[in-house]
Ligand binder design. Structure first.
Ligand SMILES: Nc1ncnc2c1ncn2[C@@H]1O[C@H](COP(=O)(O)OP(=O)(O)OP(=O)(O)O)[C@@H](O)[C@H]1O
Ligand code: NI
Length: 307
């Protein structure tokens, strides 16, 4: 197993008191696996992505285990962690426009990373950066290399960030909302490019876009900090078991754009029952107890008393 996450939780100290952004996360990612993590804004997708790379700052209290090739990331020393981030696990961050340093040329930022990871030096590193910008679909990669970030549109920045993340040949790519803010055609192009460039590696794709999620082999649905359903993408899409997954699919433009009724409530999180029950038509008294994530037809898992 490439990545194993067990009982992972992240708590932030906020003015209103401690807030558990994610809880009880169990996930495995195999070699050459692609896993989409979907769910509405604020459900904890990015926190999970960052916690996986131990990128959260010290105010976050992290519990549980994250193992990469059997090695616990949370007991690694600083130098091991630096090696892990890059060649082992590479992040395509959520906000492309703020992820580059505005005063350094795009290409030089990629070159520095390639040099840091010891893949190439000097002019060879520069050439590698140009090659990867070309692979990312830029017709004139040298011009992009020489550009400052503000010259690039959102979609171009996303492409350059993907080029940067894969230029170090990582074993696992975590792509956070790679299609955010893009029109339908750019979305399709970016997804095709991302999968092509990630060939041979594994990928976790964080997204609220089901059309992006279906390009991955497996899919995990998050609600209110927890995984509520997980399995082979086709079976989750065609036979959703959790009522939140059903709602999420019906909210897609292609399926009538029917919104999920009600709103996510933090209160439903605190009383220990099913976190979705205030929005669920099937909810009854049994939902006052917290459902466990259990086997789903021998394929994946679901967290619902009625599934
Ligand atoms: N540094 C922090 N301090 C306090 N709360 C935080 C912090 N970072 C994230 N959170 C909270 O954790 C929850 C999960 O945030 P996260 O960014 O993971 O959501 P997300 O699923 O990625 O949403 P989006 O689709 O909007 O990116 C949110 O309620 C957020 O406000
Ligand atoms: Ni996010």
């Amino acid at each position: 197993m490439l990545l194993s996450i067990r009982d992972l939780s992240v708590t932030f100290d906020t003015l209103q008191g401690p807030f558990k952004a994610i809880e009880g996360i169990d996930l495995d990612v195999d070699e050459r696996d692609t896993l989409a993590i979907v769910g509405e804004s604020g459900c904890g997708k990015s926190v999970l992505g960052h916690a996986t790379m131990r990128l959260l700052d010290d105010i976050a209290i992290v519990r549980g285990s994250v193992k990469f090739k059997g090695k616990e990331i949370y007991s690694m020393k600083k130098d091991e962690l630096l090696k892990l981030r890059g060649k082992a696990i590479s992040l395509v961050p959520q906000s492309p426009s703020t992820s580059f340093n505005p005063v350094i040329k795009i290409g030089d930022q990629i070159k520095v990373l390639i040099e840091k990871d010891g893949i190439a030096k000097g002019s060879a590193a520069r050439q590698r950066a140009i090659d990867f910008l070309g692979k990312a679909g830029f017709p004139d990669p040298v011009a992009i290399y020489e550009s400052y970030p503000h010259r690039l549109s959102g979609g171009m920045c996303e492409r350059a960030l993907i080029a940067m993340a894969v230029s170090v040949e990582p074993e696992l790519i975590i792509a956070d909302e790679p299609t955010k803010g893009l029109d339908a055609i750019s979305r399709k192009n970016i997804l095709a490019m991302l999968h092509k460039m990630a060939e041979g590696a594994s990928m976790i794709m964080i997204t609220h876009d089901i059309k992006a999620a279906v390009t991955c082999k497996r899919m995990a649905v998050m609600y209110s900090g927890e995984i509520v359903e997980e399995g082979i993408t086709a079976s989750v899409i065609n036979k959703p078991k959790h009522f939140y997954t059903v709602g999420l699919l019906e909210a897609q433009p292609s399926r009538g754009m029917k919104p999920i009724k009600g709103r996510h409530s933090l209160l439903s999180r605190m009383d220990g029952g099913c976190r979705f029950r205030n929005r669920c038509d099937a909810a009854d008294s049994v939902c006052k107890t917290h459902p466990l994530l259990r086997e789903r037809d021998g394929n994946g898992r679901v967290r619902c008393h009625h599934a």
